[in-house]
Design a protein around this ligand. Structure first.
Ligand code: SD4
Length: 328
């Protein structure tokens, strides 16, 4: 539907009657010619700051890749965000292990998994992409590469996370908890004014996971996927289920097949639900959310259950939108 037609269906004749973010939330591009300008979206309310920072950087000329890295690094460096970077919750052995991946519009990719002592695993993933012949480094190998590349080494466990872990040890009961503190992994997508897309996903993963557990966030196709001619998607929530369904690739493939970003996210969540049903597994304690953006600047977001939200930063400002969901 053309923007003018869309406005007519809402009874709003004049172009400009809706803000860009309202248009985006309704699955419409922010500009009728498809020239959305620079924009960024990211999972959970903390992305309000990271998407704003990415947008400001792009306004000053940064490309989508630099901007997305700059954005998520804010979250990684914040010890109050206990599911990403510094301050992330540890695994069941008390070790903070981080996962991240990055992808640009050309299909360049880099990833690190189960990496310790490095705050900016997004930048480390980018270093894997740009400075190695590989696409993924894990565990000690990722940390060794970080050291060689001059990344600072530091203890990522903050006292609040340590105290939570010690409390958890009393029962040592592993349980996925949906919407932990109403935020989780940060997955961020950027579109610059040249029409280049990029994405990055970074997390400390499931709290109190088994040592060595890797979620969807560092896995290209699962936690993140970018097709520079189509769109980009990223995931948050229960990583095992996102890996099982190759979630983010699925969302981008659906956009390539002509679905809107919103519809593509919805289909991917429904597919995860279908797998639960088929396997006879309960999903009550599970949350999954996808966000997506296409090259025209349309966005979408959808979750399995309530509580998910995502930030959208456009030339008209930054807004945190509630994620529509499948199961109440
Ligand atoms: C993961 N999707 O590792 C990530 C983050 C997470 O609950 O722990 N979500 O599965």
């Amino acid at each position: 539907m053309k923007r003018s037609d869309f406005l007519k269906t809402l009874g709003l004749g004049a172009v400009g009657a809706l803000t860009s973010n309202q248009l985006l939330a309704a699955g419409q591009p922010v500009a009728s010619d498809g020239a959305a300008g620079a924009m960024s979206i990211g999972t959970w309310p903390f992305a309000e700051h990271t998407t704003r920072a990415a947008l400001e950087a792009m306004k000053k000329g940064a490309n989508a890749l630099d901007a997305v890295e700059l954005g998520v690094k804010i979250c990684e460096a914040d010890p109050r965000e206990r599911s990403v970077g510094l301050g992330g919750r540890p695994d069941r052995d008390g070790r903070v292990t981080l996962d991240a991946c990055i992808m640009d519009h050309l299909g360049n990719i880099g990833s690190v998994a189960a990496c310790e002592q490095v705050v900016h695993v997004s930048s480390l993933a980018r270093a894997v992409m740009e400075r190695t012949p590989h696409v993924m480094l894990v565990g000690d190998g990722a940390t060794q590469f970080a050291r060689e590349q001059g990344f600072p080494m530091q203890n990522l466990l903050v006292s609040e996370s340590e105290a939570e872990w010690k409390k958890w040890l009393e029962k040592s009961e592993y349980k996925a908890i949906p919407n932990v503190e109403n935020h989780d992994t940060i997955g961020q997508l950027t579109l610059d004014s040249e029409g280049r897309l990029a994405g990055c996903c970074t997390t400390s993963g499931m709290a109190f996971k088994m040592h060595g557990r890797v979620g969807d966030s560092p896995i290209i196709g699962a936690g993140l996927y970018v097709d520079g001619e189509v769109g980009a998607a990223t995931a948050t929530g229960h990583g095992e289920e996102v890996i099982r369904t190759v979630g983010s690739f699925r969302v981008v493939a659906a956009m390539k097949a002509g679905k809107s970003p919103q519809r593509a996210c919805e289909d991917a969540v429904r597919e995860i639900h279908r797998f639960f049903v088929r396997r006879g597994k309960p999903w009550a304690d599970t949350q999954i959310g996808f966000i997506a953006m296409d090259v025209q600047g349309r966005v979408g977001g959808f979750a399995l259950r309530p509580g998910f939200s995502y930030a959208v930063a456009t030339k008209d400002g930054v807004e945190v939108l509630p994620g529509p969901f499948m199961i109440a």
